[in-house]
Design a protein around this ligand. Structure first.
Ligand code: EPZ
Length: 418
């Protein structure tokens, strides 16, 4: 298992590039199941979760050709409409195959994801939505089986809580349904809008993606398309916090500034200088005292839960008390104990974490637990005095492309050891 060895204390300088969004590429890959024609995606990040999804699609019947950040998919026929437990247990987003498979071939057999480190992660809302569209679902042996022999028909689907992949799954199911589907209380994340843009290029008829009401007019079939994935806003946010926590002068390039608006506002409230040199760059300059500022995670456009752990690492350096509230997942504070081993003063109380600063962090041996918790340990290590060794960095490799190379280029003293 790979480890990261990090010597803290170096302010990050210069530029750091952002890759394509993992959470946009995953549904885009699944969308290729909706047509027998070739779909070409550009700016696909080379991360583990993407490779897992590509393996799943090959097992289903897709031909997948990867050339750098370009992936060409062709699914002439669905050979096996299944997402097996072996793959789903390593990546919950496999449930994104559910909607496309039922839409394309009238049936799907998908393993229930099971929990993961950050919470129960059920897919009851995906299932509910498919039933509304006329699929018959039964659950047995840890799998759900969905059938729609006569195809799906449009319906109004009201999500009783906002779900990103639930919205994406149902949007992909609806594009080939007969008639109109309306998704209410839909997720507004940029990744949803990016998926809709790809589907429209494939011939789908979708309005309102990016808002909480999405209308889909079903069509007979979809054709091939070419699409470039949007920048990864969580990677961009992680790097902005890296610049802030190391008191550096770092420009994040190839990003979409408005997609990290909530974080930028929070950083500015904390006294961090953030400017926008142009439409794809954000510059963070942080020298003075860092103020402790409360934060509550919310669905987009609120503060992203995927940046909560990274923000908590930053607040260990704040000048007072910051209350961090996690409203989306029930167990997303695993990083707190590891940061505490580095000297952070964090008290957990249900959905709240009370972070008292400033505390000097010292290098320690720590263990990564989930993707974003791992990122927060890297951030803590970048500011800690001495050496930090982070074990199980495969968690980081799930969602960050060559993070150690990118950080080292900006001056970080970080290396990967087998
Ligand atoms: C997506 O997960 C992201 N993953 C997550 O990023 C992200 O944390 C999450 O959205 C929230 O923004 C991808 O896009 C691949 P949800 P998703 O459905 O869709 C509950 C990362 O680090 N819920 O929006 O699975 C659920 O338990 C990952 O890149 C139900 O109860 O999240 C959670 O509490 C981690 N029933 C809340 O809704 C359902 O059927 C939001 O979950 C579905 C969800």
């Amino acid at each position: 298992m790979d480890k990261f060895v990090i010597q803290g204390g170096t302010p990050l300088q210069g530029e750091i590039p952002v890759s394509g969004s993992k959470n946009s590429a995953l549904p885009a890959l699944a969308a290729a199941l909706l047509t027998a024609e070739p779909v070409t995606l550009h700016r696909v990040p080379a991360v583990r979760d993407i490779r897992t999804m590509q393996r799943l699609l090959v097992d289903i019947g897709s031909k997948v050709d990867v050339a750098g950040e370009t992936v060409r998919l062709e699914t002439p026929a669905i050979v096996c409409p299944e997402a097996p437990y072996e793959l789903v247990k390593t990546m919950r987003a496999s449930s994104l195959a559910l909607g496309p498979l039922v839409a394309r071939c009238g049936r799907a057999r998908v393993s229930l994801p099971g929990g993961c480190a950050i919470g129960a992660r059920p897919i009851n809302l995906h299932i509910f939505g498919l039933e509304q569209l006329g699929a018959r679902i039964n659950q047995a042996h840890g799998y759900i089986e969905a059938v729609a022999p006569e195809g799906l028909r449009g319906a109004v689907v009201y999500f009783d809580r906002i779900t990103v992949t639930g919205t994406e799954d149902l949007m992909m199911a609806a594009v080939l349904a007969k008639g109109e589907t309306i998704l209410r209380n839909a997720a507004r994340e940029p990744e949803v809008a990016d998926l809709a843009e790809l589907l429209v290029k494939m011939g789908a008829r979708i309005e309102g993606a990016g808002t909480s009401t999405i209308k889909v007019e079903g069509v007979e079939r979809l054709h091939g398309a070419e699409h470039t994935i949007i920048a990864d806003r969580i990677e961009a946010g992680t790097f902005l916090i890296a610049g802030a926590i190391t008191r550096g002068d770092l420009t994040v390039t190839g990003c979409v500034p408005e997609h990290v608006g909530a974080l930028v506002s929070k950083l500015q409230q904390a006294g961090v200088g953030v400017t926008q040199p142009d439409s794809t760059r954000l510059r963070v300059q942080s020298g003075g005292r860092l103020r402790s500022v409360d934060m509550t995670t919310e669905e987009y456009p609120g503060f992203a839960t995927d940046l909560q752990a990274q923000y908590m690492a930053l607040m260990t350096q704040g000048d007072g008390i910051a209350i961090v509230v996690e409203t989306i997942f029930e167990n997303r504070f695993m990083h707190a104990q590891e940061l505490a081993r580095m000297g952070a003063n964090i008290r957990l109380d249900g959905k709240q974490a009370i972070v008292a600063g400033p505390r000097e962090l010292t290098g320690a041996g720590v263990i990564a637990s989930d993707l974003r918790a791992s990122a927060s340990l890297v951030l803590g290590a970048l500011v800690a005095r001495g050496e930090t060794v982070i074990d199980r960095v495969y968690h980081i490799d799930r969602g960050y492309e060559k993070i150690e190379t990118k950080l080292a280029r900006a001056g970080a003293n970080i290396r990967r050891v087998e």
